[in-house]
Ligand binder design. Structure first.
Ligand code: WTA
Length: 647
């Protein structure tokens, strides 16, 4: 097995990149022809960014699971598809070969069918990081149902909102999950969510920690019982449903600058081709490599680079149930050592946190199997980059700094491991087929060093990052609200997809993403909208209003700082802070808890009532003077008061 479209030299990268922008359709067709299609496409691409309306591989029919499972089960049945490491280092790990994974996905696809799940139905998945999560995802894809995976750190309220928005009728969950030395009662959380989700008619519950759960007759069934029923059927093979290239594959909710998370929609063919192409090229995966991505399948990184990218490439993907710091801060390195991991893909927040525990947790681990390291989720600071490079990669492993988003489906800007040069803290160059542009606030294109095209002015330039041409993994719509998709991504700048990120570009065409320019925070690599958090805080009985901003945090990248106008009578303000965080935790989930809460008498507002976040951001960052022109404020004095009382 090899990948005819794997780029093997820097020269080749330049050639392929050039070809990909000159003839994008031909380029992507030359990649796509290596996949399994039930019917070939009639047209490679049809698009406009006005509506937006983007169709890749129009008219083609396929099922992504035939590409992830059947073709490999035929040619390499005994190759491990998934290696699973339990939260508990004492529990035996599991290996599922391609043949076994196909069998299990077929079985569970039959379970879904027996439970009335049909093509196009939306299925909510809220599960621990066990192989059955990947099996559930793939089984949905096999029957043509649309999965909406929700990360285990979201609260019942968040789940209910998402299930309602997607109109899910079926939920797949587990009794509970192990996380370090804690247990999370997943089914209980789902039960709370179901109080507000009358449409749900079936809940399939996997046994994981066998904690007591309430099982309601006619609605709740055990995963294992359903599998037993399928076993009595004889041959469980489930023929993959024929899907149109542009049929929905999944919905994944993500935060934006408004209070309501949006359901990013990806479709079958383009997403598959892009996840696979980017996986093979960025990580330079070679047959036999063991690849370990530490993300959770509840996020896009897990979708694209634990499940669909690696499996569609016939790779061996390692799934880890636990957390990096349990039983101790050497857990990742134990796993690398135990399974001879070759490629490790993780997040800057994890690197910074493990770095903080010191080198002793790395010292006695054999990390010699590592060839490639990867980073995703936020800008990686130079200190973390160098620690990762030296202590984990032993200065011999290229680090790929991969920039992308839930909406892009796969990696957009990154060096290719060992092929194109790395530059600390830079995502570097766009992948073939990706056409980034920088624009100023007025939408004027900032000319300068166009990646790989060679005209190089002297300085670094800075602007808002847009993409000016479609790629196969691009978001197609936001579920149930296409106008919102247009507004959010395609209206700021004409004929361009706007990423929401600010960015530098150097004279060699290297991109350095500096962070969000909208009201979205990036906390430990998790996207959280400030409006969402504010809505939650404002739900607290005695809160009049609030404003939330990000501030630099050593481990999390960004911490959440809240300015809160409180009208209650409780003089124990620390208790009030805890109450507020409890409210946020209930409404969104523990991941959105505030790091700092400052009680203020009022917020700096313009005469038209707009909160001046710029000023609050400065205060949160510790900049306590030089606020610029504040004369337009309704009450300029409030700024001084807030600055003096900073926590
Ligand atoms: C940020 C995660 C700098 C960025 C795959 C983006 C990054 C947001 C990087 C998307 C990187 C992700 N360097 N910033 N290598 N990777 N980001 O949707 O702000 O959870 O817009 O997707 O994370 O977050 P999301």
């Amino acid at each position: 097995m090899s990948y005819p479209y794997q780029i093997l030299s820097e020269e080749q990268y330049k050639e392929v990149y050039q070809f990909s922008i000159e003839k994008p359709e031909e380029f992507w067709a030359s990649v796509a022809k290596h996949f399994t299609w039930k019917k070939k496409w009639e047209k490679v691409l049809e698009w406009n960014f006005k509506d937006p309306d983007v169709k890749w591989f129009k008219g083609a029919k396929l099922n992504i699971t035939e590409n992830c499972l059947d073709r490999w089960a035929l040619t390499q049945p005994n190759t491990p598809a998934i290696i699973w490491e339990s939260n508990d280092p004492e529990e035996h790990h599991r290996v599922l070969t391609y043949q076994e994974l196909l069998f299990k996905v077929s079985q569970f696809a039959n379970v879904l069918k027996n439970n009335g799940v049909k093509k196009g139905d939306r299925v909510c998945i809220y599960m621990p990081m066990v192989p059955e999560l990947a099996i559930a995802v793939l089984a949905c894809a096999r029957v043509g149902a649309v999965h909406s995976v929700i990360f285990g750190g979201f609260s019942a309220q968040s789940i209910a909102d998402r299930m309602r928005d997607a109109r899910c009728e079926v939920v797949i969950t587990a009794d509970g999950a192990f996380r370090g030395n804690k247990e999370v009662p997943l089914k209980n959380v789902i039960d709370d969510a179901l109080l507000q989700s009358p449409d749900v008619r079936r809940v399939i519950v996997l046994t994981r920690n066998r904690t007591p759960v309430s099982m309601i007759k006619g609605r709740d069934v055990w995963w294992e019982d359903e599998i037993r029923k399928v076993e009595t059927m004889g041959n469980p093979f489930f023929p993959a449903e024929e899907m149109d290239a542009e049929d929905m594959l999944f919905i994944l909710y993500t935060s934006g600058s408004t209070g309501k998370p949006k359901g990013v929609v990806h479709t079958c063919a383009g997403y598959m081709v892009f996840a696979n192409y980017s996986f093979v090229n960025v990580f330079q995966y070679k047959p036999g490599d063991v690849y370990f991505c530490t993300a959770d399948i509840g996020w896009i990184t897990g979708h694209s680079y634990i499940v669909y990218g690696p499996l569609s490439a016939g790779a061996t993907t390692l799934m880890f149930e636990g957390i990096p710091t349990w039983p101790d801060a050497g857990r990742f390195w134990d796993i690398v050592d135990k399974f001879r991991v070759n490629i490790l893909y993780t997040a800057p927040t994890a690197i910074r946190s493990l770095m903080g525990f010191g080198d002793s947790y790395v010292a006695d681990k054999d990390l010699s199997s590592l060839k490639v390291l990867g980073s995703v989720g936020e800008p990686i600071n130079e200190e973390a980059w160098h620690w990762f490079h030296k202590n984990i990669g032993k200065e011999k492993c290229p680090i790929v700094d991969t920039w992308w988003q839930t909406e892009t489906g796969g990696i957009m800007i990154s060096n290719l491991a060992g092929i194109t040069p790395a530059k600390p803290a830079h995502a570097t160059l766009p992948l073939p087929g990706i056409q980034p542009v920088l624009v100023d606030e007025n939408g004027n294109r900032i000319e300068g060093s166009d990646a790989a095209s060679g005209i190089l002015p002297a300085d670094i330039i800075s602007g808002n990052l847009c993409i000016q041409f479609p790629w196969p993994g691009i978001i197609r719509t936001t579920y149930g609200d296409h106008e919102r998709c247009r507004q959010t991504y395609f209206s700021a700048y004409e004929d361009k997809y706007f990423t929401g990120d600010g960015c530098f570009r150097d004279t060699d065409g290297n991109y350095r993403i500096t962070g969000r320019v909208d009201d979205v925070l990036n906390v430990s690599g998790h996207r959280i909208g400030t409006a969402e958090v504010e809505n939650a805080i404002n739900m607290h009985t005695d809160v009049v209003e609030s404003a939330v901003v990000g501030y630099p945090h050593d481990i999390k990248g960004q911490g959440i700082y809240g300015f809160v106008v409180y009208s209650g009578s409780n003089s124990d303000l620390n208790l009030v802070r805890q109450d507020i965080n409890q409210t946020v935790s209930r409404l969104i989930g523990p991941i959105a808890k505030l790091d700092k809460i400052q009680f203020v008498s009022g917020l700096p507002k313009t005469r038209s009532g707009k909160i001046m976040r710029r000023i609050l951001r400065k205060i949160a960052e510790g900049e306590l003077e030089n606020f610029g022109d504040i004369s337009t404020l309704l009450d300029p004095d409030v700024v001084k008061q807030i600055a003096e009382a900073r926590v």
